[in-house]
Structure formats: C-alpha cells, structure tokens
Design a protein around this ligand. Sequence first.
Ligand code: PLP
Length: 261
Amino acid sequence: MSFANDPPQPPEYPTATTVEDFARNLAAVQARIAAAAERAGRTADDVRLLPVSKTVSEDRLRNAIAAGYHQLGENKVQEAKRKSENLRDLDVTWSVIGHLQTNKARDVVSFAAEFQALDSLRVAEALDRRLQAAGRGLDVFVQVNTSAEESKYGLSPDELPAFLDALPRFTALRVQGLMTLALFSSDLDLVRACFVRLRTLRDQAREQNADLIGPGHLSMGMSGDYEAAIEEGATCVRVGQALFGSRQARYDEQHYWPSVQ
Ligand SMILES: *Cc1c(COP(=O)(O)O)cnc(C)c1O
C-alpha cells in the first residue's frame, strides 16, 4: 500500500564523472525522451532536456559540458553564480529553477539566461528593475503548485490568471510558459495528475488570452517521472540524477520541503 506523501524509492543512479559517463547517460535519457515523445504523437525535437547540476562539482561539470551539456539548471542562486563564474570559459548557459528571494534578483540578472520559478509579483518587480538597469531581458516560467502541498513553492492554480494578467507591465520578462514540481510520490497516477493539471492551466490561459503565456511551454518532469511528463505534454524536462548520479536524499528533503531545514 502506498500513500500520497510516501517518498518514492529512489532508484540508484551511478555517479557520472568522465566525459564518457556523461555522454552515455545523455544518450540514454535522450533515447527515452524520444520514445516517450513518440508515444504521445510528438517528436524528440518538441522536448528540451535541461540537465540539473545542483550539488555537482565544477570538475565534473567540465566533463559534462565536454560531453555536450550546454545548458545547466541550478536551484540555488549562490551556487549557480559561483559555478557560472568559475566555468565562464566554457560554452554553457545557466537556468535558475528554484525559488528566488527578491534580494537575489541582482545576482540572477548577472549570469542567468532563464528563470523557471517565478511565483510572486515582488520577485517579478525586482527582476524587471534590475533587468531594465542592465538593458537586458530574461526568459521566465511561472511556477504553479499543482500538488496542493503547502510546503511547495508556486502559485496556486486559481491565482494564475490574475498573475498572468499582471506580468506584461514587467517588460523585461519574457514569459515562456508554466513550470511545476509534481507530487513527490511513488504513485505515478497521482504524479501524472499534476502534469495534466499544468497542461490544463496552460490551455485555459491560452483560451483566455494567448498573448499572456508566450509560447506556452510546459516545464515538468524530473529523473523519476520525465517520461510520464512528456506523455502529458512537457516541452521541457529538468533531469538531474539520471544524468549526474544520485544525490543524497536529505538534500532533496531540504529542497522540496524547505520548512524541514
Ligand atoms: C533538482 C531539481 C530537478 C531535478 O531532479 P532530479 O531528481 O535530479 O532529476 C528538477 N527541478 C527542480 C526544480 C529541481 O530542484
């Protein structure tokens, strides 16, 4: 018997270190992406793979980049900024995919190509002000809490329409679509329901005013559930452990349930 809030048993992902390890893992994940896309009547080109490199050392990242990982997602701004500075000589762009505090907006603007966890107008305002000053724009995804877990970040689904209505005044933010973290559960039906919810919200937003949601991308799916996410319409999957190797469970607990810290 499994309960909705039972953490899934994490599969053991071997730690990738060499360029060959990273190339092999990339090929394996890409093959699964292509198969899932095909099952959904789409092609692999419709799905962007964003490798998530949190906790991975810069030495290992050099090999990952050499193996073809040219976009990296990080959930903590300080860690991402440090890595971006130390790997500045390499061909890689950075996505911030975790909750942001307004006092870190300046840091994000200094190095990130994308921000996937926009969930408040205060953060939108702080980013826009810094971006205007820097004379640049930023791709953003609006994070929605599709699992109704209080401890997760993201707007509740009923807050989304008014939030999207308010974003156009922040002209440096280029809305790309919606992002979610599904329920952390071994019950794939419950996980899948989160993905369906995000797709439905995107479709409703398009119906109401397609201009407000940009290309309407759906960033959903991680190592344990990206194939289901693709079957439900994901156009960006954020995959860490399946590419880099298992992280310590304790780290994820602290991230997904920040109140545990
Ligand atoms: C860590 C993280 C992921 C990737 O999770 P994995 O289990 O490593 O695939 C995806 N999205 C967010 C927001 C994350 O913090």
